[in-house]
Design a protein around this ligand. Structure first.
Ligand code: 16C
Ligand code: ATP
Ligand code: CA
Length: 552
């Protein structure tokens, strides 16, 4: 790395030892200097350096503050005792709070306090570090925060107040906090009312459902403001300018886990404070040219649709509802007949079976995402383009489209471990009808190092678009799916009295929400605008940026 010119360098006291402390535009470093003298040839005494050098990147400094010179000082509501020696000889002090990397992708806030001989020097340090922080333009200063008090274990408000708000205050971030009063409160507020110009980002405290509300609110608002019709699957969307941060307080927290690597509120708050960003693929889901929803993680029909439908009735159980409904759905072992058509992504690097894992600054995302968002009309969108689409008919236990790995605490590697966060593709996983035993083997592999796709009843394709039509597709006005499903189920079973038939329809699980149609068309959202530089590319790829990178 190019050597940066020093902004400041001083000998300061830290925990009663003398340190050489130095700041340039990139790094703050401190290294201990021994106080005892070492005898060298010729009888000259030199101070010698001991201990290792410590360093923190300026981009990961959260705050700096001066301490009072009195022996007891009040700071941040906590009374602190100054070390005896420092108050005598080094009576001025400042504290730097910074990000420390802990175990398994966790980030923590650490403090280091340096003591100075003179007040002017102390102030110079504080002021210079503050200037460095102000120059970091990607950091948010004003955030709009939505808390779902009923997500996950219903701890959203407590998590925010105890773990997140103090960190935002420390980093001088002002917030406007809204505790939601009903489902879709955050979505509708973002879509219609929120004064978005006042903020540098929006934050949700909750699970994947809350994140989905933020995506729908922000994307819809941006399209409406720019006159874009979301009902047309071919329409390019205008990218959102605000980033979305997630503080995990849900049941699955798959978006958070798959982007940051852990569902830990403090880690997420620190990523938000330092202004980290990660673009994300968004799929649009349509039914007969009518827009239904966006999806960023899982679109699942069959197993995951049935688990969700059953678990919604057991919200009172909290996160355990998924295990209960998962077990029950596993035992029912329903399969569903239908046709899946898909457009494989042929022009890309990587496959769903390779060993690469998506990380912050992922090369594959940059390469493939760019291909997808460039301002030319891809061949497959031309009306005369017939080639390339593949059609598979069959009986499926599960049809899953994972636009990201969908890693979560239940499955740390996720539904599709090699899926990419922002490559403009989704991994379409087809699990055909098989025995319960084989399906259990497949499920179990999500929790181990073994490949869940290496089974003859499972196939996986990296796709740009796909369609699903259930076999017993009734008229397009299959609006009340559940009613139709029941009617059809009883009709089929009357036709085959001795069988243990599956119902004709499952439901689509779209990021944890049930969709009202079984027949759907899905495509990766394309974004308007030319790509001018790296930064624009980041947001242009996908339209949605979260505050969270992975792999640090
Ligand atoms: C034997 C253990 C096998 C464990 C297999 C675990 C695979 C787990 C894969 C999880 C994938 C999550 C994808 C994320 C989807 C989110 O957009 C969505 C909203 O939050 N969450 C869910 O729909 C929530 C979906 C939650 C699904 C949980 C499924 C649990 C299956 C349990 C099966 C037990 C069979 C036991 C037989 C003895
Ligand atoms: N005040 C509220 N009352 C009832 N429901 C709400 C409220 N605020 C938000 N919701 C809805 O609660 C649903 C679940 O929220 P959330 O995603 O935060 O938690 P979860 O479902 O437990 O977690 P996960 O999505 O990770 O499985 C969302 O669909 C959201 O629309
Ligand atoms: Ca993807």
């Amino acid at each position: 790395m190019e050597k940066q010119p020093r902004l400041l360098a001083s000998q300061l006291l830290l925990k009663n030892s003398l340190f050489e402390v130095s700041l340039n535009r990139v790094l703050l470093t401190w290294k201990e200097i021994a106080t005892k003298k070492k005898r060298v040839s010729g009888g000259i005494h030199h101070p010698f350096k001991v201990g290792t050098s410590h360093g923190v990147s300026v981009s990961e400094i959260l705050a700096v503050r001066e301490l009072d010179v009195d022996s007891e000082t009040k700071d941040d509501g906590r009374w602190q005792k100054m070390p005896q020696k420092s108050t005598e000889a080094y009576p001025y002090a400042f504290t730097v709070s910074y990000v420390e990397r802990a175990w398994q992708h966790r980030w923590r806030c650490s403090d280091v306090t340096f003591h100075c001989l003179e007040g002017a020097l102390c102030q110079q340090w504080v002021q210079t570090i503050r200037e460095q922080l102000t120059a970091l333009t990607s950091r948010p200063k004003h955030l709009l925060v939505y808390i779902n008090p009923y997500g996950g274990k219903q701890q959203g408000e407590r998590i925010y107040e105890q773990k997140v708000a103090p960190l935002f205050t420390l980093a001088s971030i002002s917030t406007h906090v809204i505790v939601t009063e009903h489902a879709n409160h955050a979505r509708d507020h973002l879509r219609t009312e929120a004064e978005l110009k006042k903020y540098d980002g929006v934050v949700c405290v909750g699970g994947d459902g809350m994140f989905s509300e933020m995506v729908h609110g922000l994307v819809s608002r941006t399209q409406r403001d720019n006159g874009v019709d979301q009902n047309s699957p071919e329409e390019k969307l205008v990218p959102c300018t605000l980033r979305i941060g997630i503080i995990p307080a849900g049941s699955t927290d798959c978006i958070c886990y798959a982007t940051v690597g852990i569902n830990d509120p403090v880690t997420s708050a620190l990523h938000i404070i330092v202004g980290d960003a990660q673009p994300m693929d968004v799929c649009s889901v349509h039914h007969n040219n009518t827009f239904l929803r966006y999806s960023v993680s899982l679109l699942g029909y069959g197993f995951y649709g049935d688990v969700l439908a059953d678990s919604e009735r057991k919200r009172w159980m909290g996160p355990a509802r998924y295990d209960f409904s998962g077990f029950k759905t596993f035992l029912t072992h329903h399969y569903y007949e239908g046709t899946v058509s898909f457009l494989p992504a042929t022009d890309i690097l990587g496959t769903p079976r390779d060993k690469t894992r998506c990380r912050a600054g992922c090369f594959i995302c940059q390469h493939n995402g760019q291909l997808y968002s460039e301002d030319h009309q891809p061949l497959f969108l031309l009306p005369e383009y017939k080639g390339g689409w593949r059609v598979i008919r069959g009986k499926f236990l599960a049809i899953n489209a994972a636009s990201m790995s969908c890693a979560c605490p239940r499955s740390p590697k996720g539904l599709s471990p090699a899926a990419h966060l922002a490559d403009g593709t989704t991994d379409l996983i087809l699990v055909r009808k098989c025995s319960r035993f084989n399906f259990l083997r497949h499920l179990l592999r999500h929790t181990s190092k073994y490949d869940q796709f290496d089974m003859n009843f499972v196939e996986v394709h990296r796709v740009r678009r796909f369609r699903f039509t259930p076999r017993y597709c009734q008229s397009d006005s299959e609006l009340d799916l559940r009613e139709n499903g029941k009617r059809l189920f009883s009709q089929i079973c009357r036709d085959h009295p001795a069988c243990s038939c599956s119902p004709a329809y499952s439901s689509w699980n779209c990021d944890g929400e049930i969709l009202p149609h079984a027949a759907i068309e899905v495509g990766l959202v394309r974004i308007k605008g030319k790509i001018l530089d790296e930064n624009l590319l980041q947001s242009a790829q996908t339209g949605v940026k979260v505050h969270l990178p992975f792999g640090q």
